[in-house]
Design a protein around this ligand. Structure first.
Ligand code: SF4
Length: 329
């Protein structure tokens, strides 16, 4: 929502200053789907605002419900569409948000990468995904946010940083409840470290062998594992925070004994590195899940490596990691 334009309008029409704050509070509460519902505003103002300003920058096109997750297709003001996911972990609700329409990075295991990049999302379009879910589940609310939906967050830096500010200041979501996942845009890892925040950083690693990583993630040709490790060394020294590595296990791609040894060696280089092993979610024409998950787990335990196995939820509605795609743009 464009609060500058709204503020100018309220000043021009001589409304008292508190009206703006009142509208902002209503908007961020997730309770309202239109100005007309805001009964604490005078009826005339509600009607005027409803005619002049869209309350949200996204409109729902479709919602698919799975056992413990929901996926929504949202339409933007220019007709492009994105997907956003809500996961119910019982103790809390987690939203997985998109930062771009499509993605330019073309990782081989990811449906979004097959779309190419259409455009970056604005900060409002990022925040509105959370407000949308808050409205859907009201009076419950989203307690955690993961930037792991469509797009590479670090390639939409300014809007990402603005949206984080809004999420923290207006929606009061604690930094430690937010996680950002990057494919490894090295210069932005330094910028992120310099933000001095407690927001979690996750890295899509998927292989600790340079050549395999390049095959899975073309961006690795631009930013090598050595450069990535250097940037993460800077990050951990500056923040003293853990780095979470995502490793999707794909049959005959990154699941050999050699890959396992490389992974263990890489993780040993920094005591703040933490591994999340993720069984692969199948996508059409994509990679095959590896049958060697157990072997990886046993060896990691034997080598005293800190790790978890993260079973994605939402596969039945194609909302799990790497499965988000909108074809009819
Ligand atoms: S995994 Fe992430 S960075 Fe890679 S193509 Fe998919 S959305 Fe882009």
């Amino acid at each position: 929502m464009d609060f500058t334009e709204l503020s100018n309008y309220l000043v021009e029409k001589s409304f008292p200053a508190y009206r703006l704050r009142q509208i902002q509070k209503n908007y961020f509460s997730g309770r309202y789907s239109s100005f007309l519902e805001m009964s604490d505003l005078p009826l005339g103002l509600r009607t005027e605002l409803d005619q002049k300003f869209p309350l949200f920058s996204v409109a729902v096109k479709n919602i698919l419900k799975g056992d413990s997750s929901q996926k929504a297709v949202l339409e933007l003001s220019d007709g492009l569409k994105i997907e956003t996911v809500l996961m119910d972990y019982e103790q809390w609700l987690t939203a997985c948000v998109s930062t771009q329409v499509g993605c330019p990075l073309a990782c081989t295991f990811c449906a979004t990468g097959k779309m190419g990049l259409k455009r970056n999302l604005t900060a409002s379009e990022i925040v509105d995904q959370i407000i949308f879910w808050n409205h859907q589940v009201y009076p419950k609310y989203v307690g955690r946010i993961v930037f792991m939906g469509m797009g590479e967050p670090f390639l939409n830096w300014d809007n990402l940083v603005n949206s984080l500010q809004i999420l923290r200041n207006e929606l009061k979501i604690g930094a430690r409840k937010i996680s950002i996942s990057t494919a490894g845009v090295v210069p932005r890892i330094y910028d992120f470290a310099n933000l001095d925040t407690e927001i979690n950083l996750a890295i899509s690693l998927h292989s600790a062998d340079q050549i395999t990583r390049e095959e899975m993630m073309p961006i690795a040709k631009q930013y090598s594992l050595t450069d990535l490790a250097k940037a993460l060394d800077y990050y951990t020294k500056k923040t003293n925070r853990q780095v979470f590595f995502e490793y999707l296990l794909a049959k005959d791609v990154n699941d050999s004994d050699y890959h396992l040894d490389q992974l263990i060696e890489f993780l040993r280089t920094n005591k703040l590195f933490y591994l999340n092993l993720i069984p692969l979610n199948p996508i059409k024409g994509g990679l095959t899940p590896s049958p060697r998950l157990d072997i990886f787990q046993k060896e990691l335990v034997k080598n005293n490596i800190d790790f978890s196995v993260r079973h994605s939820i939402g596969q039945s509605i194609n909302s799990a990691c790497g499965q988000l795609i909108v074809n009819d743009q």
